[in-house]
Design a protein. Sequence first.
Length: 226
Amino acid sequence: MSGHSKWNNIQGRKNAQDAKRGKIFQKISREIYMAAKAGGPDSNINPALRLVMDKAKSANMPNDNVMRAIKKATALGEGEHYDEITYEGYGPGGVAILVHALTDNRNRTATNVRVAFTRNGGNLGETGSVNYMFDRQGYIVIERKTILINEEEMLEKVIDSGAEDMVTSPEFFEIYTSPEDFTNVRDQLEAEGFTLAQAELTMIPQTTINYKIRRTAKATVGTSSG
């Protein structure tokens, strides 16, 4: 019985990991679809597609999945259609939240997002209600355990790469760039031999606070002036 129970536990964990990985791959596939649909299938001339393909590589997404999403986006009159939508609102404590969604059903997604806000003590706002509290920036994270140089040396390399700012914590170097310089900074840091734990264009809150939330949705969080 104990052996059977151990097998069930292992299989249960594997199933949970597979389900989580599947959701990540599905999300990235949709992002690839949108990028290829908007800018074409060639990542050499489509920087948005290149960014998402790099994300797919970091997530160990099979190349067949990547190519399938690109093919679906570029097939005339075929495939699914996805829309990008941004929702704005406030969470517990007046925390400002931006939710970026990729959906094939606007009504269903709007309902799900509204319910998520309401159930967690927040409320959905109007367009523009919190967007002004965020800036679009390039965001790069390097784990300190993966490098041997100190903070001063790292800062010098970050400045030379063209980045705007660097924030240091015991575990990470967080690097911020303008949207225009993001690709060049990322490529130069990779050329220097750094392993990037995260690299993306995202919305960065102008002000942050420490706030503990029991249940959270994946979103960019900043503070409300109200």
